[in-house]
Ligand binder design. Structure first.
Ligand SMILES: [Fe+2]
Length: 324
């Protein structure tokens, strides 16, 4: 169970306990107190509805059960021998269960639909980057591999939740702007001329313009924009320096350099992890954020190898000679 879920369970338990406490302590005589007593009784609906929103049907049913036990105990203690009032209060239990079951079922349904929507978004983005990777690298797994390295590194750096997801999308889509780079430049096996470099260097901005239009990718767009910045300020397109570079881009840079070093290209063999780590260490403070490098180098090589193997391209030897 994660920290967030534990926090929510504590809130539910405290809220239910407080409602029960005040309900037990508020007398039914005189009449004014009885009004407060009845209002407190209605508050028992709150925990099952909150549990439904946070945990779905199962959590809502557990909460309704706890609320029912507390409430019914009170009904029998407060109204001894008054069978009419006791019957009336037993009827109230049906309401608590309705407040648990119906929202619980609806929230579960909503969660399933949101998950389906997220999966559809994910598949669409994967389709897009696979097409781009195939065009440039003749492989379709480069972006997914870099995304996983970046997410692993981000997790170790202490990032989680929605921010981690955004950083993953940013890493996945980093080169989407290359769609605007002509084939004669993008696929040129030789060195680029100055003019061609100028054209090539427009791809972070082109990517930014594409990605920022998509509502759920606003933060990812910032990473796309900054993915060729360097920690010492000598990168492009804006020459951002140090912490002015979004954290996601600083994390991505280390992951991307690692992937480039450990991937085979026609003009160079794939480096072993130790050699790649030494190279990354050399870039500390120049291209790469020193703190991010330290976090990256603390990751077990086996964890990185697992990602490399999961997204290994069988035909990676056929990759084009690309240095940009
Ligand atoms: Fe790029």
């Amino acid at each position: 169970m994660d920290r967030n879920a534990k926090r929510k369970i504590i809130i539910l338990a405290l809220l239910t306990g407080l409602i029960a406490l005040f309900h037990y302590l508020t007398p039914t005589e005189p009449h004014d107190y009885h009004k407060i007593h009845i209002v407190l009784r209605k508050l028992y609906f709150l925990p099952p509805v909150m549990a439904a929103a946070w945990f779905g049907l199962r959590g809502a049913c557990f909460t309704a059960l706890a609320v029912s036990l507390l409430f019914i105990l009170h009904a029998f203690l407060d109204w001894p021998g008054n069978y009419m009032e006791q019957a009336n209060q037993v009827g109230e239990l049906a309401g608590f269960w309705m407040a648990a079951v119906i929202p619980g079922w609806l929230f579960d349904k909503q969660r399933t639909l949101l998950q389906e929507l997220a999966n559809a978004n994910e598949e669409t983005l994967l389709g897009l980057v696979s097409a781009l990777d195939l065009r440039e690298h003749n492989t379709r797994l480069h972006s997914q591999r870099v995304r996983e390295y970046t997410e692993l590194l981000a997790t170790r750096y202490g990032v989680d939740g929605a921010v981690l997801r955004e950083i993953g999308f940013g890493a996945l889509l980093h080169d989407v702007g290359k769609i605007a780079v002509p084939d004669r430049i993008l696929l040129k096996p030789d060195k680029l001329t100055d003019e061609e470099w100028q054209e090539m260097r427009k791809h972070p901005e082109a990517g930014y313009r594409i990605v920022k239009r998509i509502g759920f990718l606003k933060e990812a767009a910032e990473i796309v924009h900054a993915h060729h910045e360097r920690f010492d300020g000598t990168g492009y397109p804006r020459g951002l320096k140090g912490d002015a570079i979004p954290l996601g881009a600083r994390l991505f840079m280390v992951a991307d350099v690692y992937d480039a070093l450990t991937s085979q290209r026609p003009y160079k063999p794939a480096l072993a992890h130790e050699d790649a780590a030494t190279e990354i260490q050399k870039q500390k403070g120049t291209q790469l954020d020193p703190e991010v490098v330290t976090t990256f180098l603390a990751i077990e090589p086996a964890e990185l190898r697992q990602i490399a193997e999961r997204y290994h391209d069988a035909n990676s030897k056929d990759t084009f000679s690309l240095t940009h």
